[in-house]
Design a protein around this ligand. Structure first.
Ligand SMILES: Nc1ncnc2c1ncn2[C@@H]1O[C@H](COP(=O)(O)OP(=O)(O)OP(=O)(O)O)[C@@H](O)[C@H]1O
Ligand SMILES: [Mg+2]
Length: 499
């Protein structure tokens, strides 16, 4: 309730009193002026401003200046005159005060001199000078990164082309196994804070992730969520566009720091296959591992040289992500421990994943239908991708009952009829080797042809043919029969093979 002039007077009086009582003022103060003695901007002043914003300390004050630059996403808050905010860091309390003083300009006029005053107990002075100042520098840097616009780069004619990147996916909207999500988020956090650590142990400040799982389980959405969280640009590297290892080297070294380099569907982009493990008929290895596909001479070793070889020191703060629908097709060299730092499995929808999706799309935490969904997903082992579930939820977003009802109906249908099998060209050759006559015609039901993707969706009776490998075999046998009957092998001509 006291007018500021009176408060200043009281402060002065208190200081004198304390000096009398304790011999000196127990506090000390650092003054951080907006302009230095040569009238240049003092960078530390900006750092303080960003730190106070980053930690939302400013918003605690009652006297604020609000501003917003054109095209800026957020409103900026700055402290009003003589406003003080406090902060506790590692048990030490500090006070930040903003003040403006009038001073004489060169041409005789008056101008405002802004400054922040940082007050602390004398006993804490050393801590503030070292640890606390480092801490505010870090928090300001992080805040600055959060504000930057993101770009998605695609490679075109040996050059990167930038497109602004606005993807709404975040770790909150992403539905994945809670344990994997937690592990990945902790890993990313320690990567972000780990500059000093990486330096100390002599490692390039990099991280490599391999995302694998069926189509529509959120691999690309996860990459977008990672980019949004780290505020990193994305370089989408289409290996089939790269003609040689040298070109690959050039492209990779011209990426900027704080970026994610993504190679999607790695099994389709390069001939990375070694022996096909676990297939019914193992084929002899016809091509050496390093041989490239699609007329390009990019090799696996060229790629790995960058991801963990000498070239990897050509830039820090990079994340490399490979994605695949078929981890079993990858060369063991790529899967070897220490090559990619983490393997992340994006799985079919389980009940945890479903709950996140229901919350995001329908705003539902609980509903009587959840019990049925849980039973279908867990006990009846119905396979459905998160992408398929989101389709149902999105379609009826204004009618939650209908959304859940149609979803449950679809899951029930799947439980009775079995799973979807999608097969493409690569499996046609193998299908000739599969014994025919293992299945009844009734086990299979053709569902739809996906235009443009040139693949066929077949429903197969999982009750009889439990494993995916078994289902694939069943389909191939069916495929072969169709071919012999002159009906044409389904799926021939599709780019990838999926089941
Ligand atoms: N785990 C998930 N959480 C939230 N939404 C998801 C998830 N998985 C899929 N979706 C939804 O489905 C769409 C397609 O998923 P996405 O492209 O990320 O799958 P993908 O695994 O990359 O598939 P592909 O292997 O075909 O590239 C997303 O845009 C998103 O709306
Ligand atoms: Mg994808």
């Amino acid at each position: 309730f006291l007018p500021p002039e009176f408060q200043n007077y009281m402060n002065l009086w208190m200081k004198k009193l304390m000096k009398k009582l304790w011999g000196s003022d127990p506090y000390c103060r650092f003054h951080i002026d907006e302009l230095d003695s040569k009238r240049r901007t003092n960078n530390l002043y900006r750092v303080v401003e960003m730190h106070l914003r980053a930690k939302h300390l400013i918003e605690d004050a009652d006297d604020l200046h609000l501003s917003q630059e054109e095209n800026a996403k957020k409103i900026s808050f700055t402290l009003g005159g003589e406003e003080t905010v406090t902060e506790n860091h590692e048990g030490v309390k500090v006070w930040w005060t903003f003040s403006t003083e009038k001073s004489k300009g060169q041409n005789g006029g008056e101008r405002d001199e802004n400054k922040y005053v940082l007050k602390m107990l004398k006993a804490d002075k050393h801590f503030v000078k070292t640890t606390y100042m480092d801490y505010i520098a870090r928090s300001a840097k992080e805040y600055k990164t959060q504000l930057r616009d993101l770009y998605l780069y695609s490679c075109n004619n040996e050059r990167w082309r930038a497109h602004t990147f606005h993807h709404p996916s975040t770790f909150d909207t992403l539905a994945m196994d809670p344990d994997s999500k937690h592990r990945l988020m902790t890993d990313l956090q320690s990567y972000m804070e780990g500059e000093a650590y990486f330096k100390r142990v002599g490692r390039a400040w990099k991280r490599g992730y391999l995302l694998y799982g069926p189509p529509g389980t959120g691999k690309s959405s996860l990459i977008a969520a990672m980019a949004n969280r780290l505020r990193y640009n994305i370089y989408d590297l289409e290996l089939t566009q790269v003609t040689s290892n040298n070109q690959l080297k050039m492209l990779l070294t011209s990426t900027s720091s704080k970026s994610i380099i993504v190679i999607e569907d790695i099994d389709c982009s390069l001939d990375l296959t070694g022996t096909r493990v676990g297939k019914p008929q193992e084929k002899p290895k016809t091509a050496p591992k390093a041989q490239a596909a699609f007329g390009s001479s990019v090799t696996l070793s060229g790629l790995l040289n960058f991801s963990d070889g000498l070239w990897s020191c050509c830039g820090n703060e990079r994340i490399i992500i490979f994605t695949t629908n078929h981890i079993e097709k990858l060369d063991p060299g790529l899967l070897r421990p220490g090559r990619m730092d983490m393997h992340i499995h994006m799985s079919f929808c389980n009940f945890d994943i479903f709950k996140v999706l229901a919350m995001n799309y329908l705003g539902l935490k609980a509903h009587p239908a959840f019990e049925r969904v849980q039973k279908l997903l867990l006990e009846e082992n119905v396979k459905v991708t998160p992408a398929e579930v989101t389709e149902f939820l999105f379609q009826h977003k204004n009618d939650r009952e209908l959304a859940l009802q149609t979803l449950v109906e679809d899951l029930e249908r799947r439980a009775v009829e079995g799973d979807a099998v999608v097969v493409g060209e690569a499996d046609y050759d193998e299908c000739l080797e599969v014994e025919k006559g293992e299945i009844e015609e009734g086990d299979l039901r053709e569902e739809a042809e996906e235009d443009g993707k040139e693949c066929t969706r077949i429903h197969c009776n999982v009750k009889q043919h439990q494993s995916q490998g078994e289902m694939l075999k069943v389909y191939m046998s069916y495929n072969q029969r169709m071919w012999r009957q002159g009906g044409g092998g389904r799926g021939r001509g599709s780019r990838t093979s999926r089941y």
